[in-house]
Design a protein around this ligand. Structure first.
Ligand SMILES: [Zn+2]
Length: 132
């Protein structure tokens, strides 16, 4: 029996065969964009927020490689901030980074991937990987 797949967080990404994407909210008053999505703008306290799709591509802003086990994750794994064209920085795990020389500013793309497995379920979410 295959395990149930459960998203790590509802409503912040969409998995599609031809182009998964992240979901953000944008303030209708001041246009500030938030990821993960917020219900209220932190800049102007507006409550009228609209959902938008973010680009599945971005650039590596900064990263670190973790050498210690952390909750579900076995070392080494890489955590990064990826900057999207919309001006949003996304905190994310990296995938397929082990054989790449990571460089600040390099092109990255969104992937939907399993994060960890439990007895009855697989928890999945978003990661970014080098796109070249
Ligand atoms: Zn606002």
């Amino acid at each position: 029996m295959s395990k149930e797949r459960v998203p790590i967080r509802e409503g912040c990404f969409v998995e599609e065969k031809n182009g998964s994407h992240l979901i953000a909210t944008r303030c209708k008053s001041c246009s500030q964009i938030y990821f993960p999505p917020l219900q209220r703008c932190l800049e102007c306290y507006e409550k009228d927020m609209e959902k938008i799709e973010l680009s599945g591509k971005g650039k590596l802003y900064t990263y670190t490689v973790i050498q210690m086990p952390v909750s579900h994750y076995k070392p080494p794994f890489a955590l990064a901030w990826v900057e999207l064209p919309e001006g949003v920085r996304v905190f994310t795990q990296l995938k397929h980074w082990e054989n790449t020389e990571l460089q600040i500013g390099m092109d990255m793309k969104l992937v939907i991937d399993n994060l960890w497995e439990e007895e009855e379920k697989v928890v999945y979410g978003y990661k970014f990987e080098p796109s070249s």
